[in-house]
Design a protein around this ligand. Sequence first.
Ligand code: ATP
Ligand code: MG
Length: 307
Amino acid sequence: MVRILIAGELNPDLILRDFNQFPKLGHEVVVEDISLTLGSASAICAVGLARLGDDVSILGKVGCDSWGDFCCDFLRRAGVDVSTVIHDPGVRTGLTVSVTSGRDRALITYLGAIENLKASEIQLPFGFTHLHISSYFLQRGLRAGCLSLFTEAHRRGWTTSLDPGCDPSGEWGTDILDTLEEVDVFLPNEVELAGVSGVDDPERALRRLQNGRTLTVAKLGARGCMALEGRRLIQSPALRVSPVDTTGAGDSFDAGFLHAWLGGRPLVQALRFAVVCGGVSTQGSGGTGCQASAEEAEEKLRELAWH
Ligand SMILES: Nc1ncnc2c1ncn2[C@@H]1O[C@H](COP(=O)(O)OP(=O)(O)OP(=O)(O)O)[C@@H](O)[C@H]1O
Ligand SMILES: [Mg+2]
C-alpha cells in the first residue's frame, strides 16, 4: 500500500480577492472578498492527496500560535495525519498574503517557521513508501539537507519527488541539480524549469535536465504539461476552464500526478489525471477550496475521452 510522507512548509494564506487595481506603493486599493485558508505548497498537496483517497502524513514545523493550530486543525479535518508536525515555541508560524484575481496573483510571505525546519531535526519515520518535498528554495533550513533525506528514503526503498517552488532571489543555484540525482519525479512550473535548467524553452530544458533517474514533469499553466519518456515528448493540454483562483493549482497538479504515478498508471495517463486535478482546483477559492476526489477526476477523464 502507498503511504506518502510530505516534508515541508505549513502556513495559512490570507487571500484578498478581486482587486479594483493592482496595489502600488503609496496607494490603497479595495478588494471584493477576503478569506483565511490553508496555504503552503506542501500542505495543499497533502490535502489534495487525502482528497484523492491517499494515506498521507505531513512533517513540518509551526510555532505554538493560533496560525499553527489553524493549519493543523485544517489538515486533520481534511484527513491528513499531523502527528509528525513539530510545534516549536521559539518561532512564529509563517503567513502568505495572496492578492489575487481570476487572471493571476501576487504573493507576500513571512517565512517564520518555514525557513526554520532543518534536516537534522527530521528523523524519517518508518512505514512510508514515498517522500515528497516542496518549496526547496523557501525552506532555507531544509535545503542543504534535502539530498540526504532523499538518499535515506531511497536506501529504504521508497520513491521520491520534489516540487522546487520559485526562488524569490532568482539565483536558483546548482545544488538542486545534485539533489535531483536522488529525485524520481521533479515537478517545476515553467519559470522554475527555466531557472533550474538555465534554458527557456521547456522541451529543451527537459532534455537538459535528463540525468538517467529523474522524470521531470513541466507544469505549463493553461497550456497543460509535458514530460520526456526517454527521448519521446509526452504532453497533455490543460482543462478548458475559466479560473476563479489559480492559487495552488500546481500543488493540486502534484497531488494528482503522484496519485496516478504511484498507482502505476502510464505516463500519459498520469499527466492527464494531473491536469484534471490542477484544472479543477482553479474552480474554487484558495488552494484547497475545490480539489477533485478520485471519482470526480475519473468522471472528468471519461467526459474528455482521455481514458
Ligand atoms: N488557467 C488554467 N486553465 C486550466 N488549467 C490550469 C490553469 N492554470 C493552471 N492550470 C492547471 O494547473 C497546472 C499547474 O499550474 P501552473 O503551471 O500554473 O503551476 P504552478 O505555477 O506551480 O501553480 P501554483 O504555484 O499556483 O500552485 C497546469 O499544468 C494546469 O494543468
Ligand atoms: Mg508551484
